[in-house]
Design a protein around this ligand. Structure first.
Ligand code: MRU
Length: 342
């Protein structure tokens, strides 16, 4: 059974990705025929968001196996796995998905391997949607009545197999009639908040107010926000959480103002192999992303730039982590590892 989501369409002989760089102005779908196409799309931000990156990598590898045909084997797929793994370093879902498919490939070859990888890529896609729907229910239970919430980046259907992680909680809370307002931070430099989150929420009729990232403190000081809800790219064994640059700022502000700070992420985002956030590789992207927006110059041509794509929020600033398995309150190595053991 093929499943499609807001930004990922599977056609068995190829994949289509909604080009998220062009939203909301244009709706353009790009064809993906193998691992090189998939890796380029991930690196260039055609597709983004940790779960969506993992799903795309899985489909990319399955397509590469199909290209190899009778020669498909774990060894023959090694270069494709290396290319996909090098596309972006921080979201662990990418590596999680590749390792999952690699394990399947290790016992198979040819047609059997191809159909097993295609089936598992679709399973990863489907499981992510189900995980998000479950997180939506669990996370919505945590919100105060009729809350206004602040979110960062885009964690919605575009970033996942559907529904969303943090945005999934917001969608579920809205469907329960228990949400007043969403404040979406614009999320410089890629503007996932203004281009993507506002678009998704407006399409669903959920009240959203877009703010410059620097307005978050003012909103909290005025008592306009009752919870901050964000996603994650990698959560280490002690609960430290890498997410879109600016997330740490929000966690510090939320703590200062006594506002719950909630992280929503599927189990595929938990990386128990890293003891804490200091071990997470933080992607640094090109200076041009800060010096300009969509070709418009914002800074002197040679102005030095520091452009980390993610930051790490220490576990002590996180009120709760929501996964499809439940809620980890006051995350620590003990509570997180117990959660992973189920
Ligand atoms: O650089 P991006 O757009 O891939 O960053 C996305 C984020 O940081 C999201 O918050 C995270 O991947 C979770 S998406 C459900």
């Amino acid at each position: 059974m093929a499943i499609n989501s807001a930004a990922i369409r599977w056609h068995d002989d190829h994949l289509e990705l909604l080009d998220q760089r062009r939203l909301p102005a244009e709706t353009i779908w790009l064809p993906i025929h193998g691992s090189d196409d998939a890796a380029t799309a991930i690196h260039d931000m055609v597709v983004r968001g940790a779960p969506a990156i993992g799903i795309t990598a899985a489909y990319g590898l399955a397509l590469e196996a199909a290209r190899l045909g009778d020669d498909a084997s774990a060894a023959a797929l090694a270069p494709a796995i290396a290319t996909l793994a090098a596309s972006r370093p921080t979201a662990v879902n990418l590596f999680w998905a590749l390792e999952r498919l690699q394990r399947i490939a290790s016992d198979l070859s040819g047609a059997a391997l191809i159909s097993a990888l295609k089936a598992d890529a679709q399973a990863i896609h489907q499981e992510d949607l189900a995980a998000n729907q479950r997180m939506g229910e669990l996370g919505a239970d945590l919100l105060p009545a009729n809350a206004s919430v602040y979110t960062h980046c885009n964690t919605g259907a575009l970033a996942t197999g559907g529904h969303g992680t943090a945005l999934g909680i917001i969608r579920t809370a809205w469907s329960r009639g228990n949400l007043q307002q969403v404040y979406a931070g614009e999320t410089r430099p890629w503007l996932q908040g203004s281009r993507l989150t506002s678009w998704e929420l407006l399409n669903d009729g959920i009240p959203v107010t877009l703010v410059a990232d620097s307005a978050a403190g003012q909103l909290m000081q005025q008592g306009k926000v009752q919870a901050v809800i964000v996603g994650a790219d990698r959560i280490t064994a002690n609960g430290d959480t890498a997410n879109k640059i600016g997330t740490y700022n929000l966690a510090v502000l939320a703590r200062h103002h006594g506002i719950p700070f909630i992280v929503a992420a599927p189990l595929s985002t938990l990386d128990a192999e890293l003891p804490d956030g200091s071990h997470i590789v933080i992607e640094e992207r090109d200076a041009s992303e800060v010096r300009s927006i969509q070709g418009k110059t914002l800074a002197p041509a040679h102005c030095p730039v520091y452009n980390p794509a993610f930051d790490v929020t220490p576990a002590e600033l996180i009120t709760a982590i929501v996964t499809e398995r439940g809620v980890i309150r006051a995350p620590s190595t003990d509570t997180l590892l117990a959660h992973l053991r189920g």
